[in-house]
Ligand binder design. Structure first.
Ligand code: KG4
Ligand code: ZN
Length: 330
């Protein structure tokens, strides 16, 4: 059974993992840079790239030790090649290339979004193609019809901010700290979700896309009005965001004939209100709802190794000249 070393470094998490084609996660190591970026209220690309350089070799060594294997036992090295902060992507990709060159094992350059798109199959063995995937992270907000390996039909994307970005910006506006998503969720639990009237951009629209910029501006106005507490604004914002996500996903179900499941992935999938609302939507359509465990929802290297395992099986590997890409649509 093939064994893949996965490397992830596209944003502010550095990660290494060892995963087999039969879905065994032998090791997954992750270092978050949250503390380094917190003083700036967001991810600083230069700091991120340097932190990846410092920690990645250690994480790879630790992962190999935890799995009790050596590089010679690995069948391929899968590294994120984009999209993301290109300095960080280069660190992981160049490290992967170096290991591939040293070990004579093939390199597989993985699209980070493909990693998220296929990650639910790692935790859910009976999940079958095709499925409708809501991919909601800090950088992305997309509905993908996942028809097979390498066959991803994008049904919707955001015309401005990503959902996670909206959570992060709301947290910043309300002074709730960084990273924003979990902070907004905690504050929302203490607030009244119907306290602040907020817009639901594009809800009910015939076009398929997402929009969050208007919601963010409304949060700013609510804050500046001085009429509402931060917890009530957070709760109202979260409910508005959930309503947007559910409405757009409901619309996309009509464009996903034969979908076997509704699947959510990306960091925002960690949000309990998001999960609950999507579960209800799936049940209403007679579909199973699949959400990977939280550690697999946020950035990690196991999903990169897993995508690598499927690509290796399909005979798809890459040359050592594979480029690091800041932008790389699926
Ligand atoms: O997938 P991910 O780890 O990294 C990207 O590829 O972007 O997603 C991170 C995003 C951040 O915007 C973060 O605020 C958001 O996911 N997030 C959440 C929660 N946990 C993380 N958003 C809402 N509620 C949460 N509990
Ligand atoms: Zn991600």
């Amino acid at each position: 059974m093939s064994l893949i070393l996965g490397i992830e470094s596209s944003c502010d998490e550095t990660a290494a993992a060892l995963v087999t084609r039969d879905r065994r996660v032998l090791a997954h190591r992750l270092a978050t840079q949250e503390a380094a970026h917190r003083p700036f209220g967001g991810v600083v690309p230069e700091i991120a790239a340097r932190a990846h350089v410092e920690i990645l070799p250690t994480l790879i060594e630790e992962a190999l030790a935890e799995a009790n294997v050596s590089l010679s036992d690995v069948d391929a090295i899968a590294a994120t090649a984009g999209p993301g902060l290109v300095g960080g992507v280069m660190v992981g990709l160049v490290t992967g290339k170096g290991l591939a060159l040293a070990s004579g094992k093939p390199l597989i350059a993985i699209n980070h979004l493909e990693g998220h798109a296929l990650s639910p199959m790692l935790s859910q063995p009976d999940l079958a193609f095709p499925y409708l995937l809501l991919l909601v992270s800090g950088g992305h907000c997309q509905l993908l019809f996942v028809e097979g390996l390498g066959r991803y039909r994008r049904l919707a994307t955001t015309i401005d901010d990503a959902a996670g970005e909206a959570f992060d910006k709301t947290a910043k506006l309300l002074g709730l700290g960084f990273p924003g998503g979990p902070a907004v969720e905690r504050a929302a639990a203490e607030g009244d979700k119907s306290a602040v009237p907020l817009p639901r951009p594009l809800v009910g629209s015939a076009e398929p896309h997402f929009s969050f910029a208007g919601l963010k501006s409304a949060v700013l106005r609510a804050r500046d009005s001085g009429r509402y507490g931060a917890n009530d604004i957070a709760a109202s914002f979260q409910q508005a965001a959930v309503d947007c996500l559910v409405d757009r996903t409901r619309r996309a179900l009509g464009d996903a004939p034969g979908a076997t499941a509704l699947v959510v992935a990306g960091g925002v999938a960690a949000n309990k209100a998001v999960r609950a609302a999507l579960t209800e939507l799936a049940v209403g359509h007679g579909l199973p709802f699949v959400a990977p465990p939280l550690w697999l929802c946020t950035d990690n290297a196991a999903m990169i190794a897993w995508a690598g395992a499927l690509r290796l099986e399909a005979g798809v590997t890459d040359g050592l000249d594979a480029p690091a890409r800041a932008r790389w649509p699926l």
